[in-house]
Design a protein around this ligand. Structure first.
Ligand code: IGP
Length: 253
């Protein structure tokens, strides 16, 4: 387990340094969450591939910034058939904001994932969302306590892993929604083989999300064949017409 941040790409190290300093909230939030698992079931019943479309204005691996209204982007993604949304709230490196998340969640009726680098319990208390991301590599041995803290508030934790050891830690912490990140945060390289390698180790009753590097209809099929219950797609949807991009990936059976 690597919670100290060594062997990370310099961009990622800077993100973590900023994340550690970011304040939490003073009062505990209580969320009445929209069920992710119900949303996935409804999409499948409707013949759609469950896509989590990500509102990501920029990132260390993207050129330029997309400065359209995030609420409008979110609405378009839902109109294109998104099962859920992921909203970056990290302000310094991804152009995100908790205010965008709040406004987006008010404007749509699908579950919304808060995409951030949460390191401490109080950082859960800054905004409501349906799901929260917890990154196994970064929270290390605090993972079980953070999973529990998230659930106590009503959040559905999505635990992100990239290696077998992190997957074991996520399952031991009781995660029932697991994201396998195809992007190596050490080198920032993407390899869809990561998902294919780890997915067979995940029990069937865990909702399994393939994260990062999914660009084409072929990639969607590949991840589905390897066992993805849902796919989290950012760059390939943010690049161009977000409604058409979401539609094309979610109808690619
Ligand atoms: O843009 P992509 O390659 O489709 O990836 C989306 C998402 O998986 C990626 O943004 C991501 C995965 N884990 C993260 C943790 C923090 C910030 C961002 C991420």
């Amino acid at each position: 387990m690597n919670a100290s941040g060594d062997e990370l790409a310099p961009e990622v190290r800077a993100i973590l340094d900023a994340a550690r300093e970011r304040p939490g909230g003073d009062t505990r939030v209580t969320v009445d969450a929209r069920s992710f698992s119900d949303a996935v079931d409804a999409a499948v019943a409707d013949g759609r591939v469950p896509i989590i479309s990500e509102v990501k204005p920029t990132s260390p691996t993207t050129d330029g910034v997309r400065d359209d209204d995030p609420v409008e982007l979110a609405r378009e993604m839902v109109a294109g058939g998104a099962t859920a949304l992921s909203v970056l709230t990290e302000p310094d490196h991804f152009g995100g904001s908790t205010d965008s998340l709040r406004r987006i969640r008010d404007a749509v009726d699908v579950p919304v994932l808060r995409k951030d680098f949460i390191m401490r319990e109080e950082q859960l208390d800054v905004v409501e969302s349906d799901l929260v991301l917890l990154i196994a590599r970064f929270v290390g041995e605090d993972l079980p306590a953070l999973v529990e803290a998230a659930r106590e508030r009503g959040f559905q934790p999505l635990v992100e892993v990239h290696t077998r050891d992190e997957l074991v830690a996520a399952l031991a912490a009781g995660a029932d929604i697991v994201g396998i990140n195809n992007r190596d945060l050490g080198k920032l390289e993407v390899d869809l083989g990561t998902f294919e390698e780890l997915a067979p180790e995940v029990p069937d009753d865990v909702l399994l999300v393939a994260e990062s590097g999914v660009k084409t209809v072929e990639d969607v099929r590949r991840m589905r064949e390897a066992g993805a219950d849902a796919l989290l797609v950012g760059t390939a949807i943010m690049d161009g017409n977000v409604r058409e991009n979401t539609h094309s990936l979610s109808t690619s059976t």
